[in-house]
Design a protein around this ligand. Structure first.
Ligand code: ZN
Length: 331
């Protein structure tokens, strides 16, 4: 494909080095312990400073693959510790997105380690925009492979900082396949926000009844024929009695918000934002994840009574889907 004019300025950024992003905390034993617990790793070299395993490594060490963890920004975007760069190391992605390439998928994250890290070390990384590939069309869509190289350093007093590892991070910044054709036939103006449909669910012999029921306006729950236990999500076997025999129960459609989140960012088409998603406990006892509709911001609460309704949406495979959603009901 011929290069877009607007790409020249973005491509000129290749090779640019972005300044330091510091770690909020020094490498520390509590975070190592939490991480190992989460990952299911039981290695005393990581979690027991007094163990022979740790002594053999020159003292307690952090799992090497925690490298990226130490410099993460936390829950708030761009919340970097004081002294960190104010530049956006991902500026190339932002600039490409502005030209009508809204989607992104990470394709490589290759970590390399120079040595193990010990509690007390203070890290930072610097970012280099390594490369931007030619425009390519893949099964996902048309876009650019963008590669960033993050180099991690341990700060040292009185001597040069020591490089302890690096991460090659490559993403594909693209315009989804279904909209490429429409965008191409438009002029050379930046593409308008492309129309993106809902992802189609994978439907199997175990789950087809649920979607068929939804199309008929019925919310069906799988029920074990042997012991009567209800289950959702659907599956081939009863977790209680291991029977493969099942039928379905039509739920009343009434339930209660058991938990919920309100998605604000990132805004992913075709969903509208803020996007409230609830874990609904049906009166029958099973729970399911579904979108909440008709709920004012701030009005959603755990315990809120809700009732199912079915919305027909277009899906990415060109079909239609009846989707259970829940709307608050007042007593
Ligand atoms: Zn059973």
């Amino acid at each position: 494909m011929a290069e877009h004019d607007w790409m020249k300025a973005i491509r000129a950024l290749v090779g640019k080095e972005y300044g330091r992003v510091y770690a909020w905390d020094a490498v520390n034993a509590p975070m190592i312990r939490h991480w190992c617990e989460m990952m299911g790793i039981a290695n005393p070299a990581y979690t027991d400073a007094g163990s022979p395993a740790a002594a053999a490594r020159g003292g307690q060490v952090a799992p090497a693959t925690m490298l990226q963890v130490w410099c993460l920004e936390g829950l708030t975007q761009n919340n970097y510790p004081p002294g960190s760069t104010t530049e956006n190391p991902y500026e190339a992605l932002t600039l490409i997105e502005a030209q009508g390439y809204p989607s992104v998928v990470a394709v490589n994250s290759d970590l390399e380690f120079e040595r193990e890290l010990h509690p007390g070390e203070r890290l930072y990384y610097v970012t280099r925009l390594d490369s931007i590939g030619e425009e390519k069309t893949t099964a996902l869509g048309t876009g650019f492979f963008v590669t960033l190289l993050l180099s991690y350093f341990s700060q040292r007093d009185g001597s040069p900082d020591e490089k302890v590892g690096q991460q090659l991070f490559r993403v594909f910044k693209f315009r989804p396949a279904q909209t490429s054709q429409a965008a191409k036939s438009a002029s050379s103006e930046p593409a308008a926000a492309p129309k993106i449909r809902r992802p189609a669910p994978g439907i199997s012999d175990d789950t087809r009844f649920f979607w068929d029921g939804a199309r008929q306006g019925r919310l069906l729950v799988q029920r074990c024929k042997a012991c009567g236990t209800l289950r959702h999500p659907p599956g081939p076997v009863c977790s209680q009695c291991h029977s493969f025999e099942w039928d379905t129960l039509q739920a009343s459609g009434l339930g209660t918000v058991y938990s919920f989140v309100v998605m604000h960012y990132p805004e992913v088409p075709p969903f509208e934002y803020p996007n409230p998603v609830a874990l609904v406990e049906l009166d029958e006892g099973t729970r399911l994840v579904a979108q909440l509709v008709g709920a004012e911001r701030g009005q959603i609460a755990i315990g809120q009574r809700v009732r199912v309704e079915f919305a027909t949406v277009e899906t990415s495979d060109g079909g239609e889907l009846a989707l259970p959603q829940f709307r608050p009901v007042t007593a």
